[in-house]
Write a protein that binds this ligand. Structure first.
Ligand SMILES: [Zn+2]
Length: 154
């Protein structure tokens, strides 16, 4: 499942930001997995909650856009894994939609509206493509440098 929430988080493990309001789940859902990994953007307004341990290897994609972002992707399959994106502190999710070079639908590259950190890509139509989405593990900080990675060009 992929959740995108604004404001107050309804899940006990995500205890931050108790005073904000409005909840806007893009995909309504079940519950957070028992063990999670949390990444945040630089200003901490966007929190990404992921299954733990993270997927390996990570992919240092060198396609034109990923190289520009400097992203290091870990892939998740929202049909069977729970990914929760939470907006707080007035930050919202902005997207850049890439539509070139692919016949399986647009890709949304998602970033924080305040600090601009790119944290994910996913298909605008989740029924197309392989069903995977990418999470930018650069947000993990320098610990990510110890993680196994591959390099691809698409
Ligand atoms: Zn931010």
């Amino acid at each position: 499942m992929f959740y995108h929430r604004t404001g107050q988080m309804r899940i006990a493990q995500m205890a931050a930001a108790p005073s904000t309001k409005t909840t806007d789940a893009v995909m309504a859902g079940t519950s957070e997995p028992a063990e999670t990994l949390k990444l945040t953007c630089h200003c901490t307004g966007i929190t990404i909650s992921l299954p733990h341990p993270p997927p390996r290897p990570l992919n240092e994609c060198r396609c034109s856009i990923c190289f520009s972002y400097g992203a290091l992707w870990g892939y998740y399959y929202p049909a069977r894994e729970t990914v929760i994106v939470t907006e707080s502190k007035g930050c919202t999710v902005d997207s850049y939609y890439r539509t070139d070079g692919d016949r399986t639908g647009a890709l949304a590259f998602q970033r924080c509206s305040r600090c601009g950190c790119v944290f994910a890509w996913r298909r605008t139509d989740p029924t197309k493509g392989s069903g995977k989405m990418g999470i930018n593990f650069r947000l993990m900080g320098e610990d990510v440098m110890e993680m196994k990675r591959i390099v691809s060009y698409k």
